[in-house]
Design a protein around this ligand. Structure first.
Ligand SMILES: Nc1ncnc2c1ncn2[C@@H]1O[C@H](COP(=O)(O)OP(=O)(O)O)[C@@H](O)[C@H]1O
Ligand SMILES: [Mg+2]
Length: 348
């Protein structure tokens, strides 16, 4: 997809911002606090329901305004989001579109310095990355996830207050949970060869991924999960929460066959996070037949200057529309001179 025109009204620090022309490469320049991330967040909200920092209406709304409005033209299609206290509206060409359909219609992937936690952080961080990436290629995934999370909350609440009814939620947990695992396994299978290739291109050494689920997987995932819930029922009662299921799965990331979280260097882990994100962008494109838009918010800042060009060239070779940030124009010296770059100055 290609953003051609953007309008933000009462969004974050912008009472009104209109930009009517973009290029394939767009560089946002401005001091800290100038509004670069705010801009990125506005664009992101034309794909996803949550800003990448928050989903809170008041935080996203300019000062004390009633609410905000964001509108963008992508490949000739108009996407708009209105959020006020009374009204929540999401439209594609002036017709309502559900959030999960919009995400796959207009996939946008954000890169940030926090991506290093994909390698070093908790399993929760990795699950969130996988869940977000899968939801961009499969509109059913977020529904399964929502169903699973609701059933899990209710089951855990029952285990605390009303244990004899806890198993009432098992069926919902099993059907949605099995789908989640199936879709994660399919995604990881596609991602592994991509991450291996990308990592080898960007650094020395090898990278790999392993999906660990916390019960025995059989041909029929539902049966396996059903058995796991049954076998762990006394454990669950004692601990007052659900111990088995995809909410506890982890994806281990290895560099040179060792867990990145423990033994990867900063540089290796950063490179790895780029390989994971770029790999997922390739999968999203291959699945949908559409190129996601990439928001690279300060992510290259933390990269060793000698490596910036290599990573940028790789991202740029995806042929996607790019938005990048820095405090000065000079920072972007890694971009080839012949590229047509749209500089957007936020200090003016
Ligand atoms: N809801 C809001 N209303 C008004 N100003 C806001 C709002 N949210 C954030 N800001 C302002 O936006 C600025 C941060 O902008 P940001 O996009 O994060 O800057 P950067 O260019 O460093 O990425 C801060 O000065 C903050 O006060
Ligand atoms: Mg910022």
């Amino acid at each position: 997809m290609f953003l051609e025109d953007l309008k933000l009204i009462n969004f974050r620090s912008f009472p009104e911002l209109r930009i009517k022309s973009f290029n394939k490469i767009n560089c946002l320049i401005g001091e800290n606090g100038a509004g670069k991330t705010n801009f990125m967040e506005g664009v992101y909200l034309l794909s996803s329901n949550r800003g990448f920092r928050t989903g809170d209406r008041k935080e996203l709304t300019y000062r004390n305004a009633e609410g905000f409005f964001i509108q963008g033209s992508f490949d000739g299609d108009m996407i708009a989001r209105t959020i006020t206290e009374k009204k929540k509206q999401l439209t594609l060409n002036e017709e309502a579109i559900p959030a999960n359909k919009l995400r796959v219609y207009n996939p946008i992937v954000a890169f940030s310095p926090n991506d290093i936690f994909l390698a070093t952080g908790s399993s929760d961080t990795r699950r969130r990355f996988f869940d977000a990436a899968i939801a961009l290629r499969d509109h059913e995934y977020s529904d399964y996830l929502a169903t699973y999370e609701r059933a899990l909350r209710q089951r855990n609440a029952s285990l605390k207050k009303d244990p004899k009814h806890a198993n009432l939620w098992n069926e919902a947990l099993i059907t949605s949970g099995a789908k989640i695992i199936e879709k994660r396994l399919a995604f990881v299978k596609l991602l592994i060869p991509k991450v291996q290739t990308l990592y080898a291109e960007l650094a020395k050494g090898s990278a790999n991924l392993k999906y660990f689920n916390n019960f025995k997987l059989t041909q029929n995932i539902e049966e396996g999960l059903k058995k796991a819930l049954k076998d762990s029922s006394s454990d669950d009662l004692r601990r007052k929460h659900t111990t088995k299921g995809p909410h506890r799965d982890d994806i281990t990331i290895l560099i040179n066959d060792l867990p990145a979280a423990k033994s990867g260097s900063q540089g290796q882990n950063r490179t790895l996070s780029f390989a994971l994100k770029i790999g997922s962008v390739e999968i999203i494109e291959e699945t949908l037949g559409r190129k996601p838009i990439l928001l690279v918010d300060d992510a290259l800042l933390e990269v060793d200057p000698s490596k910036r060009k290599r990573i940028f060239d790789k991202i740029n070779s995806l042929g996607v529309q790019l938005f990048l940030t820095a405090t000065t124009k000079e920072f972007f010296s890694f971009i080839d001179k012949q590229e047509e770059v749209n500089y957007i100055d936020f200090d003016l």
